[in-house]
Design a protein around this ligand. Structure first.
Ligand SMILES: NC(=O)C1=CN([C@@H]2O[C@H](COP(=O)(O)OP(=O)(O)OC[C@H]3O[C@@H](n4cnc5c(N)ncnc54)[C@H](OP(=O)(O)O)[C@@H]3O)[C@@H](O)[C@H]2O)C=CC1
Ligand SMILES: CC(=O)N[C@@H](CCC(=O)OP(=O)(O)O)C(=O)O
Length: 344
């Protein structure tokens, strides 16, 4: 099957190409770049020097002729504009940006951009692979989840669905490597700003907050879930570690919660429940599509603490996008994604 990637010079696209290149059922037919069309891929990504590809301009007619699926790995707002003519002509679209993840008012409020038209939003399904496979398998548009929500929802959803957590007390602390901010040149991504430094940003106002709340609400029990989310930058290139805290409802034990995780992820090839006492580490998932989970019930305070580690560019972006393509096409979920983490 032929695919295209839009936003070809970014980190998300670089990861898509790396993964798709080893995919048994996929050929990368077009890499679309708004800034460097005509340039060879190797000039943008020297680590992909073995691939003979040239970046191309956006041309909806050409793409609709050439490809069966398109990955949008561009900033918010691009897919809303460019995707409709392709989907209209039967191309499956997988969007790594936030355009199709939220209700229109929420998207406008948290992203400060106009939402896609309702007719297009209706055709989109949220691409949290482990939780929405039946809908993804039928979807025209797959809204790939944000990196922080992927880790937070995988950890929290089984516990929320079980009714174990107090609705008003969920706090999510997220630590991300700087590649989460993309490849664009910015002061805040400079080595001298990030090295030897750890700092929160957008506490309580990050655009992933409504995404976490929306899907806790949709797939959990009860309503009106509220999440206090604080993302932080840590001095590393890749990786996300989520630590989430919630008051536990009466009667729930660590064993009960672990049983819920086990039942939810029994058939999930990319979710690893670590042995008791062993906590997730970003390096132990690096370069892979795994999400590692652990929890602790703190009887002294009545809280549970859960932790999840993913590679933000793989399970948090390109890897989950390919997992979703696999689900959509009815291929084995792991096609192209069987890679052990890179360690150390
Ligand atoms: N980095 C991460 O960990 C994650 C990122 N995401 C989301 O995935 C998307 C891609 O992220 P990432 O690759 O990191 O971002 P980058 O900034 O690294 O790359 C985005 C690419 O989009 C293209 N682009 C930029 N502006 C425009 C524009 N106005 N019109 C069309 N194309 C444009 C550029 O490529 P070109 O010039 O070649 O067109 C750019 O290189 C974003 O929406 C991001 O929020 C989601 C999950 C995790
Ligand atoms: C470290 C860092 O800056 N991370 C980005 C991750 C979000 C992202 O990729 O954007 P969408 O999911 O909203 O498209 C951020 O916090 O904005």
């Amino acid at each position: 099957m032929n695919v295209a990637v839009v936003g070809a010079t970014g980190y998300g696209s670089g990861e898509l190409v790396r993964i798709l290149n080893r995919h048994p059922h996929v050929t990368i037919r077009s890499l679309v770049s708004s800034s460097q069309a005509g340039e060879r891929l190797v000039a943008v990504f020297p680590h992909l020097a073995h691939l003979d590809q040239t970046l191309e301009e956006w041309d909806a007619d050409r793409l609709a002729e050439q490809v069966d699926a398109v990955f949008f790995a561009a900033p918010a707002g691009v897919s809303s504009r460019q995707m409709p003519p392709l989907v209209e002509r039967g191309v499956v679209a997988i969007d790594l940006a936030g355009d199709f993840r939220l209700e229109p008012e929420e998207y406008q409020q948290w992203y400060g951009k106009e939402a896609p038209a309702a007719t297009w939003l209706e055709r989109a399904q949220y691409g949290l692979s482990e939780w929405n496979a039946a809908a993804i398998a039928e979807a025209d548009i797959i809204a790939n989840p944000g990196c922080y929500p992927t880790a937070a929802l995988l950890a929290l959803l089984p516990l929320v669905q079980a009714g174990a957590l107090d609705q008003s007390s969920i706090m999510v602390d997220g630590k991300s490597g700087i590649s989460g901010a993309g490849r664009g040149l910015k002061l805040s991504s400079l080595y001298s700003e990030v090295e030897g430094n750890v700092f929160p940003y957008k506490a309580g106002v990050h655009q992933h907050t409504p995404e976490m709340e929306r899907f806790l609400q949709m797939w959990g029990t009860g309503d009106d879930w509220r999440v206090l989310f604080t993302p932080q930058i840590v001095p590393m290139s890749r990786g996300i570690l989520i630590t989430a805290y919630s008051r536990l409802r009466a009667g729930w034990t660590a064993q009960d919660l672990r049983d819920r995780w086990r039942a939810a992820y029994e058939e999930a090839p990319f979710v690893r429940l670590l042995e008791e006492g062993r906590w997730p580490r970003t390096k132990e998932v690096q370069g892979s599509n795994y999400c590692d989970l652990q929890l602790h019930v703190d009887d002294r305070t009545g809280y549970v603490v859960v932790a999840a580690a993913i590679d933000n560019l793989v399970k948090g972006a390109a890897g989950q996008a390919v997992q979703n393509l696999n689900i959509r096409m009815g291929w084995p979920e792991t096609a192209g994604l069987v890679a052990d983490p890179l360690f150390p």
